[in-house]
Design a protein around this ligand. Structure first.
Ligand code: ADP
Length: 197
């Protein structure tokens, strides 16, 4: 990193932004297999928070890969850089006072730890979408498992690339057991209980 750079604190503090918005900014980091429901639940949660008057933003895997991370592929070093940039972007959103949701498979513990480390301890909520591989593959909403089983997508998480489940996530949600509304309520209840909203 360039040693001539200095971090400039904003004249409006994170606390002031947070107070004005009536919420505690944080990153809600969804992790889980493809098809486990990350995007679906993150979108429903975003809508629910918005309806309650909260200020939030969703960073979705496919969207980010088309823009900010459009130059990155799926090799290991690119996957790490993908998550690093998302973590840094999420941190800026938190600084802006927002509740930011991220929906990425993020299969490796070390990369999720990196994302956790860039914000304060109580600003990171790791949500493990624990939906089983069987259910995800049965859903196969984008037809990716079918392609992966046919050998058309190498290093597909859950098939021939590992998914390292979180050891101590703040929340575990199984969309194979609970419907969309119940999963969203589980999240809202957590945010209320921990006084984020
Ligand atoms: P991911 O973002 O983890 O890849 P998606 O949200 O894109 O997963 O896909 C999940 C699929 O499962 C969607 O087609 C969704 O409609 C379906 N689904 C069925 N039941 C649920 C549930 N309870 N919660 C979330 N998604 C569900």
């Amino acid at each position: 990193m360039n040693t001539n750079l200095t971090w400039h604190d904003s004249v409006v503090s994170k606390q002031e932004r947070s107070d004005k918005k009536g919420q505690k900014p944080c990153v809600i980091w969804f992790t889980g297999l493809s098809g486990s429901g990350k995007s679906t639940i993150a979108n429903t949660l975003e809508r629910a928070l918005f309806e309650r008057g909260h200020h939030c933003y969703l960073l979705d895997g496919d969207n980010v890969r088309q823009g900010l991370n459009g130059d990155l592929g799926f090799a290991d070093e690119d996957r790490v850089e993908n998550i690093r940039r998302i973590g840094e972007a999420a941190k800026l959103f938190v600084d802006a006072g927002l509740i930011v949701m991220t929906a990425f498979i993020s299969p490796f513990r070390t990369e999720r730890q990196l994302a956790r480390d860039v914000v304060e301890d109580d600003e990171f909520i790791e949500v493990h979408m624990s939906t089983s591989l069987e259910v995800c593959e049965e859903r196969d909403p984008k037809g990716l498992y079918k392609k992966a089983r046919a050998g058309e997508i190498p290093f597909f998480t859950g098939i021939d690339s590992a998914y390292e489940a979180p050891v101590n996530p703040e929340l575990v949600i199984d969309t194979g057991v609970n419907d969309i509304q119940a999963c969203t309520e589980q999240l809202i209840n957590y945010l209320v209980e921990k006084q984020y909203i």
